[in-house]
Design a protein around this ligand. Structure first.
Ligand code: UDP
Ligand code: MG
Length: 309
């Protein structure tokens, strides 16, 4: 018998935990037919509701249900990492607790793995039911990422992904502190099959991502997988040097031809504040990378486990 580990990060998902289990079990017959055993790993990311109790209830009923419970909220990336570490399966699949990653796709995904793909990834073709500004910025983010990062990051890609053991081990071998799994997937390589589906709205509860949390997440993603912003300072620097050089020539000629009346201080103020702004901006970019490097150098654990089943 082979084993498939289903990893479910949960943050305040008490209603979805049992519901997810029921929906997943509808696929059990298919996997039974393929001689594949299931194991379900709920990763509790410091929930403040009864998520842990719900998982324990399931564990009593079904010993294939496991739990990793964090000491506080460490974020979804940490939960994914913890789940993948805990997974013992020959295959592993990551799914959201809110059923936005439909279990009904699993048989099709498994088919591709059997065909020889190392991972089967999903992307949603639309963002139905999502705020318009959020979709807009999400698109810009993926567009920007494609241009400034060497790693391929697919627009609309979900974390919902079925992986072989070899692929899981590759993902786990990147033990960086600032994790951005969408980038890591691309970075590790291997053959990936993409499946598309229409966006599904969350089953129960509320999304855990505010606009600002997403914005910060996108900055983290850029810093983690691109060093292009670091080159900005040099580009601005060269631009302003050339500009200054041309201005000097212009002013010398003008002074020689028209004399030197004292005027033009407003334009000076504008130029000084603009260059000051650019300098501060570049310093800020540098600071972003420095702070990430600082956190990385500390070698803090990615998560801390309080309880495990
Ligand atoms: N999640 C988590 N830790 C967090 C935020 C979210 O483990 O800090 C989990 C959450 O429980 C869910 C999944 O990540 O299973 C996706 O979160 P959500 O549905 O809120 O995001 P969205 O689908 O709106 O992007
Ligand atoms: Mg969701």
């Amino acid at each position: 018998m082979e084993l498939l580990s289903v990893i479910v990060p949960c943050y305040n998902e008490e209603e979805n935990v049992p519901y997810f289990y029921e929906e997943l079990m509808k696929q059990e017959a298919f996997f039974h037919g393929k001689e594949v055993e299931l194991e379900i790993i709920y990763v509790n990311d410091g929930s403040k509701d009864h998520t842990v109790e719900e998982v324990k209830k399931l564990h009593e009923r079904d010993e294939r249900v496991h739990l990793v419970s964090f000491s506080r909220n460490f974020g979804k990336e940490a939960a994914i990492y913890a789940g993948l570490r805990k997974a013992k399966g020959d295959y592993a699949v990551l799914m959201d607790a809110d059923l936005q990653d439909p279990p009904s796709l699993l048989p099709e995904m498994f088919g591709y793995v059997e065909e020889g793909y190392d991972s089967v990834a999903t992307r949603r073709v639309n963002r139905k039911g999502e705020p318009v500004i959020r979709s807009f910025f999400a698109r810009r983010f993926y567009g920007l990422m494609r241009r400034i990062s060497k790693t391929e990051i697919v627009d609309g890609a979900r974390d919902y992904r079925l992986m072989t053991r070899q692929y899981v081990d590759a993902v786990l071998s990147l033990c960086e502190y600032n994790r951005f799994v969408k980038g890591i997937y691309g970075w590790v390589g291997f053959e990936t099959k993409w499946i598309e589906y229409e966006n599904i709205e969350r089953a129960k509860g509320e999304t855990k991502w505010s606009f600002w949390k997403l914005l910060k997440y996108s900055f983290d993603g850029i810093v983690a997988f691109s060093t292009a912003p670091l080159a900005l300072a040099s580009i601005f620097g060269i631009f302003f040097c050339v500009l200054a050089f041309l201005l000097i020539i212009f002013i010398i000629i003008r002074t020689a031809v028209f004399g030197d009346p004292v005027s033009g201080w407003p334009s000076l103020v504008c130029i000084i504040s603009m260059i000051g702004g650019v300098q501060l901006f570049c310093l800020g970019v540098l600071g972003q990378y420095l702070s990430k490097t600082y956190m990385e150098v500390k070698k803090r654990p990615i998560y801390i486990v309080k309880e495990e089943l």
